[in-house]
Design a protein around this ligand. Structure first.
Ligand code: ZN
Length: 204
């Protein structure tokens, strides 16, 4: 007889194997592509169509796999927790974030027309700097961002959704929303002050 944990793992395995056999790597634009500098358009029609929903699932799968060593190696994926539609050359205000809450456990966020409705005064930065699936090189420097943000938007069916994000999840939301406005993370690195000390800024 299966215990609940075994049943869960079995189910999880089937899910992974299903997306595994159908897995096709996304074609992510490189930073040199001018489309990454454009402002994306608001989505006006809900629910999203089948093609768009399928693509979102594909993004969730790839971001999840990229954070699991076995799949990252198998498919040669760079680890990433977020992707915005313009990174695929689709100029729509849609972002996807896959956040590892603990080892092997992920929360998915799909936000359409996302907007930051409030943000903390406190600023932070990722100590190791930020990375981007469209930037295939190391860029040194701290990217100063809000420690907490509240984001509102719509889900795939047009329902209003809202999340309060903090720490690394807050950074991810700010990074992905920047993509919708043609901003890349290194635009926010101050060339005259690339690195902050712990006294100047909380580093996570
Ligand atoms: Zn990015």
């Amino acid at each position: 007889m299966f215990t609940i944990v075994e049943i869960f793992c079995f189910y999880d395995k089937i899910l992974h194997e299903r997306s595994d056999t159908m897995f096709k790597k996304l074609n992510i634009l490189d930073e040199k592509d001018k489309r990454l500098r454009q402002t994306s358009k608001e989505v006006a029609n809900f629910p999203l169509d089948k093609k768009e929903k399928k693509l979102i699932q594909q993004i969730v799968d790839e971001l999840t796999f990229s954070q699991i060593d076995y799949y990252a190696e198998k498919y040669d994926l760079r680890p990433g927790m977020g992707l915005a539609f313009p990174q695929l050359g689709i100029m729509k205000r849609i972002i996807v974030i896959v956040h590892e809450v603990k080892e092997g456990e992920f929360d998915n966020y799909v936000f359409i027309n996302p907007e930051i409705v409030s943000s903390s005064e406190e600023m932070i930065a990722a100590e190791a700097g930020e990375g981007c699936l469209s930037v295939n090189r190391e860029v040194e420097g701290h990217v100063k961002r809000h420690a907490r943000v509240t984001v509102e938007g719509y889900d795939e069916d047009g329902n209003r959704i809202r999340v309060r994000a903090r720490e690394d999840l807050a950074l991810a939301f700010q990074h992905e929303i920047d993509h919708l406005n043609g901003i890349l993370f290194y635009d926010r690195i101050d060339p005259k002050h690339k690195f902050y000390s712990e006294n100047e800024l909380r580093l996570i």
